[in-house]
Design a protein around this ligand. Structure first.
Ligand SMILES: *Cc1c(COP(=O)(O)O)cnc(C)c1O
Length: 230
């Protein structure tokens, strides 16, 4: 993959510039699959380059790091910030203030808390429910059965706008295993009437896109290896 050509010190060095990387990714994505540029570990200057190339939607997983970059980029209008990291209850208010979309809502308790605080803050965030359809000790998420059981209560949690499901494949999954998993997640979203799917990262976005993902979350495959610490 193109990402392999990137050097850790200079992610935009030839033969692959950030512009080429972005153009290649965009050209490869089917219509209906949008690109979330996962910018965690990358400086605001890299985001600024992407914005100049037309990218507006960015995913971050660490609150403090995101707040610092958002402040640095405050002169840029209409950036679309997505929170994709594990969300601790005590960070819920701050996340709601900084992000319009949250991809990592993995429990009823968290959804209820977000709904209460969003109402207080006058926000109506877009929310993805994170599901875990395969055993994976390193990740959280609702099982399909938990989700079906909780769905009537989740649906009523205004002012949250639950738009879709988010999932990740366990590390080491083959392309075939990932594609099967993403297909199951897509079927579950259809069953619940949810239009959006946040599936696919640098290593498996083609399988996710083939399974109908509406948002692929690509970090290293776009920006290269992380270039700064949180
Ligand atoms: C870091 C991260 C990504 C992007 O990962 P890459 O492999 O760098 O593309 C996507 N989703 C989540 C939840 C992440 O934490």
């Amino acid at each position: 993959m193109a990402a392999g050509a990137l050097s850790a010190h200079d992610p935009v060095s030839p033969p692959w510039s950030l512009e080429q990387q972005l153009a290649a990714l965009r050209a490869a994505l089917p219509a209906g699959t949008r690109l979330l540029a996962v910018s965690k570990g990358h400086p605001a200057s890299s985001l600024r380059q992407l914005v100049a190339l037309g990218q507006r939607s960015f995913g971050e997983s660490r609150l403090q790091e995101a707040i610092a970059k958002q402040a640095e980029l405050a002169d840029l209008a209409e950036l679309d910030w997505h929170y994709i990291g594990r969300l601790q209850a005590n960070k819920a208010r701050a996340v709601l203030r900084q992000f319009g979309t949250i991809h990592s809502v993995d429990s009823l308790a968290l959804a209820e808390r977000l709904a209460r605080i969003a109402a207080e803050e006058g926000q109506a965030p877009a929310v993805f429910l994170q599901v875990k359809l395969r055993p994976d000790p390193s990740k959280t998420g609702l099982s399909a059965d938990e989700l079906r059981q909780l769905w009537p209560r989740l649906q009523g949690l205004e002012p949250l706008r639950i738009v879709g499901l988010m999932t990740m494949a366990p590390q080491g999954f083959s392309a075939a295993e990932s594609q099967a998993l993403f297909g199951e997640c897509a079927a579950l979203a259809r069953e619940l009437g949810l239009p959006e799917l946040s599936m696919g990262m640098s290593g498996d976005w083609p399988e996710a896109a083939a399974a109908g993902s509406t948002w692929v979350r690509v970090g290293s495959g776009l920006l290269g290896p992380k270039s700064c610490q949180a």
